[in-house]
Structures are given as structure tokens and as C-alpha cells.
Design a protein around this ligand. Structure first.
Ligand SMILES: [Zn+2]
Length: 161
């Protein structure tokens, strides 16, 4: 049995990747194989810990998902969350748009996808950032999700108004 309290890197514990605000019961059922712990380590060492070091607190809102949890949150059928390769993060101490641009430009070889999600008021909320994977079918490595679709650019001023 993998120890969920183990430190993965300086500021991240494994249990931070077994979370769901809306479905805590499903999150409590998440377990990790040793291979998945290695993937979480890579994600933290190459992406999340560098973000933490530069921008302060990083809250993981979704890490690994079971099939059941992925379905409950409306994730893609072949979401990287199912394969423990990605984190959805918020950065309460830093502007999330600045963090997204920093990751996209400063860590270009670390991620497979780096997507910024906006809420319905077009306020930037969280970043979905994951390891490179042959599973990724989209050609959009850096993207912005708003208005129910992915875009290669952030919303413009008229769209935000
Ligand atoms: Zn995600």
C-alpha cells in the first residue's frame, strides 16, 4: 500500500493528487501504483515544484481520477487524469494567467499540454498541466478554454466585456 502522506517533492505530498472538492468520497477511493507515483514525481519535479518555488502556494484541484470520478466531473474518455499524468492547479498567491504564460515559455520541454481554463465570466481559474504523453491527440500544446471550447489564444477584450 502506497503511503499517501509521503513527500513527493519539497512542497507536495502524494495525497494532494487524490482530491475532488465535489466528490470527496470518490477521491478517497483513489490509490496509486509505484509507476503512478513516479509520474507524480516527474510532474512535481519538472513543473509543479518550480511553479511553487517562484509563485507560492499551488493548490491541486484534480490529480489522478478513477473512471468513476472522471465520469462524474465530465472528463474526456482518455483524459490524462486517468493515467496520473496531469494536475489541475490554482495559484492563490499569484495571477494564474502570469503563471500559465511562465510555464508555457519557461518550461517548454516539461509539459505535454498547458491549458488555462476560464470560468463562465471569463475569469481565469486554473491550469491543466501534464507530462508529455503519446496519448495526447490534440495538437494544441498551449491553449485556453473558454466559451465551452479550446482556443490557441486567450479571450480578447470584447469577449471579456
Ligand atoms: Zn485537467
Amino acid at each position: 500500500m502506497v503511503d499517501l502522506d509521503q513527500l513527493v517533492t519539497k512542497n507536495f505530498r502524494l495525497r494532494e493528487f487524490a482530491v475532488s472538492a465535489h466528490h470527496p468520497g470518490m477521491a478517497a477511493a483513489i490509490t496509486f501504483t509505484e509507476a503512478e507515483v513516479e509520474k507524480i514525481y516527474l510532474l512535481c519535479a519538472t513543473i509543479l515544484q518550480p511553479i511553487r518555488n517562484r509563485f507560492g502556494l499551488v493548490i491541486v484541484t484534480s490529480g489522478k481520477r478513477t473512471e468513476e470520478l472522471n465520469e462524474a466531473v465530465g472528463g474526456d474518455d482518455d483524459s490524462q487524469h486517468l493515467h496520473c499524468e496531469v494536475g489541475d492547479i490554482e495559484t492563490p498567491e499569484a495571477d494564474i494567467e502570469v503563471v500559465h504564460t511562465w510555464v508555457a515559455t519557461t518550461l517548454p520541454h516539461a509539459y505535454g499540454q498547458c491549458l488555462l481554463y476560464y470560468d463562465k465570466h471569463l475569469r481565469p481559474k486554473r491550469i491543466h498541466v501534464g507530462l508529455p504523453s503519446r496519448r495526447i491527440r490534440s495538437s494544441l500544446r498551449v491553449g485556453y478554454k473558454f466559451g465551452g471550447a479550446f482556443h490557441p489564444r486567450p479571450p480578447n477584450r470584447e469577449e471579456r466585456a
